[in-house]
Design a binder for this molecule. Structure first.
Ligand code: COA
Length: 324
């Protein structure tokens, strides 16, 4: 018998304020048609003044706990993936822990930008498999609106704010691909590409928060290659084929990246959960937001094989193959 990390509840939260492409076109030299054609994005949610990453994370966490039928007392650990913490320190996860009323266990942040949720799931899975934690809350939460140069049309159109969460619980498995839970997790980094997608500020650089900077074309090219390769890596590790996958839940950066990845793989478009039109790119929050949507509208059902995958700044990339 081996221990598997099973997803027993999902939750999500989006800030109330929605910014349409038409509104952005009043601020920068762009059009609704250009944004839709190049990105597939129609609108994005943006946190209100004073609404912090921890607030978004706490709302998503409460919903995931409710879906799991648990309270925070049951948790051994909180892992929060974010590149937009409330403060440089302490970890935003510590504030979420306190807002949830959890007084024991451990809470910490993980930073792998858009791949953050995959990294956080991977770490949580290690603790659960090693029997060092039984029930773990994994959150992806971001307020990327605070990192954007709202005068830069190349970047400000692409991102949004939001949060998503899952509760993982240890369950016995037999060790084959029919088990429920995380079947395998895969993470990668290649720091040679650090400068293609980064924020030009931060405590050690001596400048304050800074703005997101990106060479969009290069990011686009690498994203399709890495995302397609990840699918092969996860399937091979589990002796499965593309036909076994019920749903691909990718990081939602750009509709053209999602379509390009599906095309490169030969995966039918109706097996991909896509939320980018209404959420834009919410970095570490995008996968749990998309997963929650697929579970809530019952496209994703118990027993389905779901591949979660992401690519982001660093470059970082990774995938988790999960049977729901
Ligand atoms: N509205 C109108 N025109 C815009 C624009 C906007 N919002 N943003 C850029 N342009 C212009 C550029 O200035 C450029 O004009 P020029 O030819 O006069 O110099 C032209 O459009 C083409 O720009 P380019 O960067 O070549 O466009 P693109 O087809 O590569 O699309 C992105 C740009 C950003 C949409 C695309 O590169 C992309 O999606 N990259 C990946 C970004 C991403 O997902 N990052 C996060 C990964 S986690």
């Amino acid at each position: 018998m081996i221990i598997r990390s099973r997803i027993i509840g999902c939750g999500a939260y989006l800030p109330e304020r929605v910014i349409t492409n038409a509104e952005l076109a009043e601020q920068v030299d762009t059009t609704n048609a250009w944004i839709i054609e190049r990105t597939g994005i129609l609108e994005r949610h943006v946190a209100a003044t004073g609404e912090l990453t921890s607030d978004l994370a706490t709302q998503a966490a409460k919903r995931a706990l409710a879906a799991a039928g648990l309270t925070a007392v049951a948790l051994d650990m909180i892992i929060l993936a974010t590149a937009t913490p409330d403060h440089t320190f302490p970890a935003t996860a510590a504030k979420v822990q306190s807002q949830l009323g959890m007084k024991r266990g451990a809470a910490f942040d993980i930073q792998a930008v858009c791949s953050g949720f995959i990294y956080a799931l991977t770490v949580a899975d290690q603790f659960i498999r090693n029997a060092q934690a039984h029930t773990v809350l994994v959150i992806g939460a971001e307020t990327f609106s605070r990192l954007l140069d709202w005068t830069d049309r190349n970047t400000c159109i692409l991102f949004g704010d939001g949060a998503g969460a899952v509760v993982l619980r240890a369950e016995p498995g037999v060790g084959d691909s029919q088990d429920n839970g995380i079947l395998s997790a895969h993470i990668h980094t290649d720091g040679r590409y650090y400068d293609l997608l980064y924020v030009d500020g931060g405590p050690s650089s001596g400048r304050s928060t800074g703005f997101l900077r990106m060479i969009g074309k290069d990011v686009f090219r690498y994203a399709i290659v890495h995302l397609a390769n990840m699918v092969g890596e996860a399937l091979t590790a589990n002796h499965l084929t593309l036909a076994d996958i019920d749903w691909l839940v990718p990081h939602q950066a750009n509709r053209r990246i999602l379509d390009g990845t599906a095309r490169k793989l030969g995966l039918p478009a109706d097996k991909v959960i896509i939320t980018v039109a209404h959420h834009a790119n919410t970095s570490a929050a995008s996968i749990p937001l998309a997963l929650n949507e697929g579970v809530a509208d019952r496209r994703i059902r118990p027993g389905h094989l779901v591949l979660l995958e992401a690519m982001g700044g660093g470059f970082t990339w990774g995938a988790c193959l999960v049977r729901i």
